[in-house]
Design a protein around this ligand. Structure first.
Ligand code: XIL
Length: 315
């Protein structure tokens, strides 16, 4: 192998990207770069519940299976993303249609179906995504309202039952450093462990912005979760900036990418570092953050930016 993945192999690190399945099918340069640069991949959207079960009991695994096949052909591991979230649920999953007991059964069925479908083919599952607010309180969702916070332990147990070998992760943003949100995760992990719940990893999305910088205690935070017995991972790294880009922002961006990579390499059990898209040609950022963009290490023409060289030099 060449590219970042060859260096990551030597560092015993998995380096990854979220994959846009339309781009993978239609864009030869994109497809070549996914294979050349990365030794793990994540489905940007096609493993989310709205994609896999558009009508109750009617599954569509085709796009996700294509990614799993691509990964196998290119000797890449697959991070499964994501089983339980407040976003991108199927339209049929509503509080009007189901009682709380039925919602619990529906969620259980979903988790067992999906984890079973991919059994043996997924390296990590992001079991629950974004369950806390930045102030450390529980995020409101159909799951919290109807099942209470115990839905998290249930979700991990159901996933483990369906594939006892896969590593099961929590995942969130704004949880890089030690703060109210990561404190809430720390307390939750202690409780889950005390209850014997199969939880194996703490996922740090790593959606940074040059205007906010990188929390200086990111490594300290990873380490405290590792001391609880968890693996850690950066799962969705990008570093956006207010547009237009300029050399200072581009330099700050490179530092943002490398600060997280260094933390991962310095930690004891940080097993992967995944970009949420590697090229500005397909990044989700401009569509969601008004006036911001240029958030990935390759520009729209698939030319590397300083962040790419910075990642390479850090590995
Ligand atoms: C985003 C995708 O990148 C977009 O294509 C989609 O429209 C919305 O979701 N945190 C997550 C990811 O965990 O699943 C989100 O992905 C980005 C934020």
């Amino acid at each position: 192998p060449t590219g970042l993945r060859a260096l990551a192999d030597r560092a015993d690190l998995r380096i990854g990207t979220a994959v846009d399945m339309a781009a993978l099918a239609d864009d030869d340069a994109y497809r070549a770069a996914v294979a050349r640069e990365f030794n793990t991949v994540t489905a940007e959207n096609v493993m989310k519940w709205e994609a896999t079960e558009p009508q109750q009991g009617v599954h569509d695994w085709a796009a996700a299976d294509r990614l799993v096949d691509f990964a196998r052909a290119n000797r890449q591991k697959v991070r499964g993303h994501t089983l339980v979230w407040h976003n991108q649920n199927p339209a049929w999953v509503t509080e009007e249609a189901f009682t709380p007991a039925q919602l619990r059964a529906v969620l259980r069925r979903h988790i067992i179906d999906e984890v079973t479908h991919f059994r043996g083919k997924i390296w990590h599952w992001d079991v629950v995504n974004e369950i806390f607010n930045d102030d450390g309180t529980w995020r409101d969702s159909i799951w919290l309202r109807n099942l209470g916070p115990g839905y998290v332990a249930d979700a991990f147990r159901w996933a483990h039952q369906a594939d006892p070998k896969v590593k099961l992760f929590l995942n969130d943003y704004n949880n890089e450093g030690v703060n109210a949100k990561s404190d809430a995760y720390y307390e939750l992990v202690k409780q889950l462990k005390a209850q014997g719940v199969p939880v194996h990893g703490y996922g740090v999305q790593g959606h940074l912005a040059v205007q906010y910088g990188v929390p200086a205690d990111t490594l300290t935070n990873l380490r405290r979760f590792e001391k609880l017995g968890l693996q850690t991972a950066f799962t969705e790294v990008d570093v956006r900036m207010p547009l237009p880009a300029d050399p200072i922002k581009i330099q700050a961006q490179a530092q943002g990418f490398t600060a997280l990579l260094q933390a991962c390499l310095l930690a004891d059990r940080c097993v992967s570092y995944t970009l949420w898209g590697f090229t500005d040609r397909y990044s989700w950022v401009p569509g969601v953050f008004d006036g911001e963009g240029s958030a990935t290490p390759y520009d729209e023409n698939l030319s590397p930016k300083p962040a790419y060289a910075a990642l390479r030099d850090t590995l």
